[in-house]
Design a protein around this ligand. Sequence first.
Ligand SMILES: O=C(O)CCC(=O)C(=O)O
Length: 193
Amino acid sequence: MSDPTIDSWYDAHEPGRPTPPGSTYTVLLDFITPRLASSFRELLSEAPGDLFITGQRLAPGYSRLNLLAYLQAFDERYVFIQRAQQKMAKHIGGRPKDWSDCWLLRYLPGSGIRDHVDPVPGRDKADHTRYRLNVLLSPPGSSGKLFIEDRYVPLSQHDAIIFSSGSLIHRVETVPELRCILSLGMLGPKEVQ
Ligand SMILES: O=C(O)CCC(=O)C(=O)O
């Protein structure tokens, strides 16, 4: 894939891959350019290790960096995140400012995450839930597999997936080498139009 400017990237990604009948997610192919993906991955070694959140309720070997706090507003990666938030809001019918977050997820070899959902504590309303737009930044063969509602979700490197992580049970099976995910969260209506 060529390396378009962010604006042409934004225009170029409608719609996603048609998902199988009855599927509960949308895949957006080549959501990020290889160059930008590599620039996000560089944060794994560039960002101070103590900024990665670990432990407590998080699985061993899994940690995450708060990109909205770490990146400067003029950084092209921050600009990319803002555009991705707009795209996500449009897709789910939400608002970019509504409980939005953005993490760089790092899974070390042998780690994974058991079946879970991601509710918004105290905020999950009858008609709203948490969504995630997750971009696979590492090669799939070394990254482990994502399952949603017990269904394997095949993703290529640089693809994104949008799904309701607040209501759908999902897990990541044991990661062979390293899994790196750009993960945006946002509140949206339970029923996407
Ligand atoms: O690594 C992934 O693809 C899934 C991460 C996850 O469990 C989540 O975003 O809630």
